[in-house]
Design a protein around this ligand. Structure first.
Ligand SMILES: Cc1cc2nc3c(=O)[nH]c(=O)nc-3n(C[C@H](O)[C@H](O)[C@H](O)COP(=O)(O)OP(=O)(O)OC[C@H]3O[C@@H](n4cnc5c(N)ncnc54)[C@H](O)[C@@H]3O)c2cc1C
Length: 472
């Protein structure tokens, strides 16, 4: 190891890279990290954190409106986008400085430059062309928004990278795509006063999520005034006198101030030199790794979004930590990617862990569903037309809970705690034996006694014919 400039060179100071660098340094490794944009990465600078701050900002609108039902006569309110952007910038700069300080405290050498791989144990900095050798190279370069569809006028569109720092709040916004980033920003901007439209290829939002949650989010967006254009994508974008005109399939068009492309993210490996170093990439450019995050080249590892396993911050952090434990801590650690809780911060929000109903029905030969849809107590006085939905998915043979899906206020916080129960292999009987906290929405999870449906395959096994509903 001593022959190299560093034991570990990390490319990318985001969630995964920073964790890996700090933990490896803690084991005594000589570590360097390179960052081409801002320390903290997507999550801190232009992802989870600023987005959640904007979610909070947007929800005040509902609070002001709801307050009347509880006896308040709120003073006239107004919203200042520039003040929100400035406050957000102050907070993410503070967090970025903490990340930097923690790296420095751990003794990690920081290079603020793009870095590329020259060969299996050499990294080159783009800023000054310096080269460093390293016993191990960790690729933690994250992902970037895909610029699709590739249409005339696409250069007028922005992505989530730019939306946080728009100089003015758009009066009208078209979001292309219907994944979690799209619906979150639609919910935010609709509440901040923007007229929002979504155009997407599919027929509903949030592909891959449980069907009931998808419908709940779709209806809540419509209720918030978002225009949903399903099975419709832009074919071109042109500049007009006062903004942009997005032409959609079927001959429709939408006049807006901004078009945001939210059609997915792609591993950030272009021009990184990985092919030259012999590193195998998959069809979308992700680094192909084993359970310990090692690529096909022994000295090159990769963690986080760049591996396209599960693009979430806590996963990138875990993979970074596990990598450092494995390579520098002599504790081989693989990250398990099942039963990962996740949230979609629409309003109301989504919290989910485990298998959706359709996933469970594809795997198990008997699936029990317990679900409820109800008006939360707060809505009784606020008058808000809001529904909370909960669904528990159970393996009907073993009684083990294999998925829980919630749409409603506090769903993300609930999902975090439910994930512990699911990880411990809780059965539906354990949920039933748990005493409720009253009055809450979460109590519904332990008081759902009546099975809503049972789906049983005629014969067990993967070749079984389509599931048959025997009870509903
Ligand atoms: C709008 C948005 C909202 C999100 N919300 C959530 C959420 O609520 N919850 C959640 O869990 N996840 C969320 N995510 C996903 C989350 O941000 C990512 O999963 C996470 O940041 C991945 O961490 P990473 O370390 O793999 O990559 P990143 O955090 O993206 O870090 C990669 C870093 O590498 C740098 N880099 C790239 N190439 C080079 C190079 N050649 N040289 C030097 N530096 C380089 C980049 O500038 C970047 O700083 C969100 C993402 C977006 C875009």
């Amino acid at each position: 190891m001593a022959d190299f400039d560093f034991d570990l060179f990390v490319i990318g100071a985001g969630s995964g890279g920073v964790r890996a660098a700090r933990i490896a340094a803690g084991y005594g490794a000589r570590v360097a990290i390179a960052e081409e944009f801002r320390i903290g990465g997507t999550c801190v600078i232009r992802g989870c954190v600023p987005k959640k701050l904007m979610v909070y900002a947007s929800r005040f609108r509902d609070e002001f409106e709801d307050a009347r039902g509880f006896g308040w006569a709120p003073p006239p309110v107004s919203f200042d986008w520039k003040r929100l952007v400035a406050a957000k910038e102050k907070e993410i700069s503070r967090l970025s400085a903490i990340y930097r300080a923690n790296l420095e405290k751990a003794g990690v050498a920081i290079f603020e430059s793009r870095a590329v791989v020259e060969d299996a144990d050499t990294v080159r900095l783009a800023a000054d062309r310096r080269r460093f050798s390293a016993g191990t190279i960790l690729i933690a370069t994250g992902g970037s928004p895909v610029l699709e569809p590739d249409i005339p006028g696409q250069e007028y569109a922005i992505t989530s990278n730019e939306i946080f720092d728009l100089p003015v709040l758009p009066r009208r916004l078209l979001i292309v795509g219907a994944g979690y980033i799209s619906v979150e920003f639609a919910a935010i901007f609709a509440r901040l006063g923007t007229k929002v439209a979504i155009a997407s290829r599919g027929e509903n939002v949030l592909r891959g999520f449980d069907e009931d949650l998808r419908c709940g989010v779709r209806d809540a967006l419509t209720h918030a005034g978002v225009d949903l254009h399903f099975s419709m994508l832009p074919t071109s974008i042109e500049k007009t006198g006062d903004g942009l005109r997005a032409h959609l399939t079927e001959g429709y068009h939408v006049d807006v101030d901004q078009v945001m492309l939210a059609t997915g993210r792609r591993p950030h490996t272009a021009g990184l030199g990985l092919e030259k170093a012999g590193v195998e990439l998959d069809g979308v450019g992700a680094v192909v790794v084993d359970a310990f995050s090692k690529s096909n080249v022994d000295s090159i590892y990769a963690v986080g979004d760049v591996t396209n396993r599960l693009a979430l911050t806590p996963i990138a952090i875990r993979e970074g930590h596990a990598f450092a434990d494995t390579v520098f801590g002599d504790r081989p650690t693989a990250v398990v990617h099942t039963n990962v809780p996740t949230a979609v911060f629409t309003t109301p929000e989504v919290g989910t862990v485990g298998l959706s109903e359709s996933e469970a029905r594809a795997i198990y030969d008997c699936v029990d569903i317990y679900s409820a849809s109800f008006r939360p107590l707060k809505a009784s006085l606020s008058g808000r037309a809001e529904k909370t939905c909960m669904k528990i998915v159970v393996d009907g043979r073993s009684d083990v809970v294999v998925g829980v899906h919630i749409f409603g206020e506090g769903a993300a916080e609930m999902a975090q705690l439910l994930a512990i129960a699911i990880k411990l292999g809780a059965k539906k009987a354990d949920f039933d034996a748990t005493v409720a906290v009253h009055p809450t929405s979460a109590e519904e999870l332990v008081t759902l006694r009546m099975r809503t449906a049972r789906y049983e395959k005629a014969t067990a096994g993967p070749e079984a014919p389509d599931a048959v509903v025997v009870e509903g």
